[in-house]
Design a protein around this ligand. Structure first.
Ligand code: GUN
Length: 281
């Protein structure tokens, strides 16, 4: 059988269409949806991400506010800000950009966000709901990954899905969302033995580790779908966690980096903000 090169999943274009739909929907609303983004400390990547999120909000007509708190902010000060935003009428969605400084209890801070304003779905109650199969508020990147699979017409039920990476932001919630859709899910991580033997059996591979060339061609089954969540800089160029050039000759579908999952995360943030607004107003 002749090998067919993989089809590239155009996350950039899919995200553009979603933004267009959201823009139309927002234009027809009486009041503007509002997003508050909080950054604590000086993480340069966080500033870039929040900047991109706010710019995209502006493009689609969503009001946004940014709260930049210094590294030495106390837990109580952060909690006070969150409680204040929980009560503000023009704010429908609250985002606490991670990471936050180590002296602040992350779980406590995230769970202070009111459930009805929890745009990232990081409040422990929303995580618990997701575990139970109730996707009332789910994290943006996992939601974007599922949307990409739907867009390319991949049936998830019964598939072997392997998630590489077990972060609270991507790996764990993605595994849960795949499980909720009846995939047989395996979660791999830095202590996993014989990773390649496991990924080789996957129909769907999601990799979110942050290590270039973590997934190579020999680890991928012919025709598999590869979703690459990695964002790494190598010689000034952005690359993912998968060896794209070689895998694309073997996989059925693959996301590029940049232009795959990244734009979908922001599109899902807008969608979640609009959802929080609709449920409140
Ligand atoms: N840090 C990295 N990704 C994310 C995200 O999706 N949301 C938040 N709040 N912080 C992040």
């Amino acid at each position: 059988m002749m090998k067919m090169p993989a089809k590239i999943i155009d996350g950039k274009e899919i995200a553009r269409k979603i933004r267009e739909e959201i823009k139309k929907e927002v234009a027809a609303l009486e009041k503007k949806p509002g997003l508050a983004a909080i950054i604590v400390g000086d993480n340069p990547a966080s500033k870039v991400y929040v900047g991109m999120k706010r710019k995209t909000c502006e493009e689609v007509g969503i009001y946004s506010e940014e709260f930049k708190l210094p590294e030495e902010t106390s837990e109580e000060e952060l909690l006070e800000l969150v409680r204040k935003l929980n009560k503000e009428d023009k704010i429908h969605a609250i985002l606490l950009q991670l990471p936050i400084p180590k002296h602040i209890n992350e779980e406590k801070a995230l769970s202070a966000i009111a459930l009805e304003k929890d745009v990232d779905g990081f409040n422990s109650v929303n995580i618990g709901k997701l575990v139970r199969g109730n996707e009332a508020s789910v994290p943006c990147t996992p939601k974007g990954i599922i949307r990409l699979l739907e867009e390319i017409g991949i049936e998830i039920t019964g598939k072997n899905a392997v998630v590489v990476g077990r972060s609270n932001i991507v790996g764990k919630p993605t595994a849960l969302m795949l499980l909720n859709r009846n995939a047989t899910v395996t979660v791999c991580h830095s202590k996993t033995k014989y990773l390649g033997e496991i990924t080789k059996k996957a129909d769907i591979i999601v990799v979110a580790v942050g290590k270039p060339n973590m997934i190579t061609e020999s680890m991928v089954k012919e025709g598999a779908v590869v979703i690459d969540v990695g964002i790494n800089k190598v010689d000034g160029k952005l690359v993912g966690d998968a060896d794209f050039e070689n895998i694309k000759e073997k996989a059925g579908w693959i996301t590029p980096v940049p232009g795959g999952v990244g734009p979908m995360t922001i599109a899902m943030l807008l969608e979640n903000t609009l959802q929080r607004y609709k449920e409140a107003e």
